[in-house]
Design a protein around this ligand. Structure first.
Ligand code: PLP
Length: 382
């Protein structure tokens, strides 16, 4: 949510291509040939949760995945009736609302399981085992007790166990030995659950990376996120998987000025002009999710020409040294978009900032206006 008023329309925009989201979902869904839960947490990775959810459903998503119940509430509030799984619950979470709204619940602890049963009958639960990520998920030594209690509650018809699931630590390194070890551990956990009397649950573990690279991880359902937004989780070229980047970040040049050689640029004067040149000021900065760590490095294009950022990214602006190019106030500066259209990519920004593209798109916000398009590039409908 923006705490700033958006800039006047056109000053800085995140253009979101919903046709790309729909296309990417259909591409992934066809690739795996089984149910697909589209992960739309974190405001749809910065693309808008409701719009992203609708676009993914249009592409054949069978269910939606979110972290907290507030996100599920947003989806239901928008009239989206699809299956939704929510998996991060702090103590005191209003499970009664989830039951009434038919939202399925990821559970890692007996406490959460009991709280769901206490909130009413019929809660749909996915039991999460930690197979090696070391984050949420039930530790293996407590798994037998969790599934035993779940089986009791299920036979008393107080809950229904619809899933046994886990999450990868390192699937973006295909072939890494932890990937197979986690799959094996998930199947073992499922055996323990069956031995306790549970059955008919779906097994799921595959994120985007595993959905793209490892059929052995697909199980009964996949849960991709970032790939649906058109980004390759391995950091490569998404077009190799026929994925279309859905976010295009751009801003308008605020002013252009002529400066002599030897002019220091932006805080700390880390960049100095080597010749008489022209500087273009771009009115977005780290308050808008532009990583300050990308100072002096990240690429932009203006009229198809590439420039690195000159000097530090500030809170509200950064500077580009455009030389004698014919650049004027009001010209469009593309920060990231789609390499297929000769635009810099979120991956290049991530490399410049020492992070991953997930963080680049998920944090973009602040004073950017966000606009959704049915088919921004005109490729989905001819
Ligand atoms: C975020 C998340 C996903 C999706 O991961 P991607 O790498 O974006 O595909 C799947 N499952 C869980 C539990 C997650 O938190």
């Amino acid at each position: 949510m923006s705490v700033h008023p958006p800039l006047s329309p056109g000053m800085a925009v995140l253009d979101i291509d919903l046709a790309a989201l729909t296309h990417n979902t259909a591409t992934l869904r066809a690739r795996v040939g089984r149910p697909l839960m589209a992960v739309v947490k974190a405001d749809g990775y910065g693309h808008g949760i409701v719009e992203s959810a609708r676009a993914a459903l249009a592409g054949g998503a069978d269910a939606l995945g979110v972290t907290i119940l507030d996100e599920a509430r947003t989806l239901r509030g928008a009239g989206i009736e699809a299956r939704v799984l929510s998996w991060l619950h702090t103590p005191g979470t209003d499970f009664a609302w989830a039951l009434g709204a038919g939202v399925e619940l990821g559970v890692s602890t007996i406490e959460a399981l009991e709280a769901i049963a206490d909130a009413g009958d019929g809660g749909v639960v996915h039991l999460k085992i930690d197979t090696g990520l070391g984050r949420a998920g039930c530790p293996p030594d407590q798994w037998p007790a969790l599934v035993a209690r779940a089986a009791e509650l299920e036979s008393a018809r107080r809950v229904r166990i619809a899933g046994v699931w886990s999450h990868f630590a390192f699937a973006d390194a295909p072939g890494h030995p932890t990937v197979q070890a986690q799959i094996t551990a998930l199947h073992e956990a499922a055996e323990v659950a069956r031995a306790s009397g549970l059955d008919g649950f779906a097994l799921h573990i595959a994120n985007s990376a595993a959905s793209l690279t490892d059929p052995g991880a697909w199980c009964d359902m996949v849960r991709p996120g970032v790939s649906l937004y058109g980004l390759d989780p391995m950091g490569g070229d998404p077009s190799e998987y026929d994925l279309w980047p859905a976010m295009r970040a751009s801003a308008r040049v605020l002013m252009v000025k002529e400066v002599p050689a030897g002019t220091g640029v932006s805080y700390g004067l880390t960049y100095t002009t080597s010749r008489a040149t022209r500087l273009a000021v771009v009115p977005v900065g780290y308050a808008d999710g532009i990583p300050r760590a990308a100072s002096g490095r990240a690429p932009v294009t203006i009229d198809g020409v590439r420039y690195p950022i000159a000097g530090r990214v500030c809170m509200d602006q950064f500077v580009v040294d455009v030389g004698d190019a014919d650049v004027h106030a009001g010209d469009e500066v593309v920060l990231w978009g789609d390499a297929a259209y000769d635009e810099p990519t979120a991956q290049e920004w991530a490399d410049a900032a020492g992070t991953i593209h997930y963080e680049i798109v998920a944090r973009a916000g602040g004073r950017f206006a966000r606009r959704h398009h049915n088919d921004l590039r005109g490729r989905a409908h001819g």
